[in-house]
Design a protein around this ligand. Structure first.
Ligand code: 3HC
Length: 284
């Protein structure tokens, strides 16, 4: 199927990043969120990124105008009705995602593929709630989406080959490398990355070193582009805690036990970059 129009449901950091790379690649993009202020914030992020690219000479002003022209926005899910693919990027909560997929099933024609950007929940469970399990697939992007090259493509147990092929094709169109992963909590990257980030929180809790020193150690000693605690803040401590709790429950393995330091950041509302505070302060 020739893909022309995709929907992105959720205009947060991940949703706006996906909408940005899709609009850049020439696809028509409908970006939807619950409230106009969320949509506006997502669009502002994209415009800021494109302005930066214009000033660096990476794209022209005409390119930017073309990208903007590929984008429409809405606060009504019904406006996703004529998309060939809808990528769900709402809050990382399984019940919410299931409700959203049931609603999208009512709105979209049977041919529309519904993808979830879940960080690790069961695609099969989300697909079962959709009423069209053969047309549901995981498409897991990485933050910041315009920079990170990977998309994990995850079929549920009933996802058709045609649906997987469409997801892989869209990744190619938007310039990402797709890697297919079997359904298992956290797929590939988060299964390995989340325990590492959670362990950095345990180390902080145990007083092994300061947050600054833990991060500096991993940058200098393991060549990480960013320290683990700064990465927690970038991903969002709230998202990370939900994923860690899900892993702990699913695997039943104490190695996934969420750190108290992580829980306390979330309890205090210090979700990281998006709230201005996390393990580090972003307000200064
Ligand atoms: N949006 C768009 N572009 C961005 C950006 C953003 N949010 N952040 C950085 N960039 C661009 C910059 O403009 C710059 O572009 P240029 O090369 O054209 O000048 C380039 O990225 C490098 O940026 P900086 O020089 O400012 O900073 P760094 O060299 O430190 O790179 C980084 C920033 C790419 C974010 C780097 O720190 C990094 O790779 N961090 C690790 C990110 C990571 O691991 N992400 C995965 C998280 S896990 C996840 O998302 C899954 C989820 O399910 C939990």
């Amino acid at each position: 199927m020739a893909i022309k129009k995709i929907g992105v449901l959720g205009a947060g950091a991940m949703g706006s990043g996906i909408a940005q790379v899709a609009a850049q690649s020439g696809l028509q993009v409908v970006l939807v969120d619950l409230e106009q202020r969320f949509v506006d914030r997502g669009v502002q992020t994209m415009l800021k990124n494109w302005d930066k690219d214009v000033s660096k000479g990476k794209i022209s002003a005409e390119d930017k105008a073309r990208f903007v022209g590929n984008l429409t926005t809405s606060t009504q899910n019904i406006d996703l009705k004529d998309c060939e693919l809808v990528i769900e990027v709402v809050v990382e909560n399984l019940d919410v995602k299931k409700r959203v997929f049931a609603e999208l099933n009512d709105i979209c024609p049977p041919r529309t593929v519904l993808a979830t950007n879940t960080s690790g929940f069961s695609i099969t469970e989300i697909a079962a709630a959709s009423g069209r399990p053969d047309r549901v697939v995981g498409m897991h992007f990485f933050n910041p989406v315009p920079v990170m090259r990977l998309v994990e493509v995850i079929p549920g147990t009933e996802t058709s080959d045609e649906t997987v092929a469409l997801a892989m094709e869209v990744c190619q169109i938007i310039g990402k490398t797709a890697i297919k992963a079997k359904e298992a909590p956290g797929f590939i990257v988060n299964r390995l990355l989340v325990p590492y980030l959670n362990d950095a929180c345990h180390a902080l809790q145990e007083g092994v070193a300061s947050a600054e020193d833990i991060d500096q150690a991993m940058k200098l000693g393991a060549n990480m582009p960013i320290g683990p605690l700064a990465l927690c803040d970038l991903v969002g401590n709230d998202v990370l805690l939900m994923v860690a709790e899900y892993f702990y429950k699913e695997f039943g393995d104490p190695k996934f036990r969420p750190s108290l330091a992580l829980k306390q950041k979330v309890r205090a509302g210090h979700f990281g970059v998006k709230t201005g505070k996390g393990f580090f302060d972003y307000t200064r």
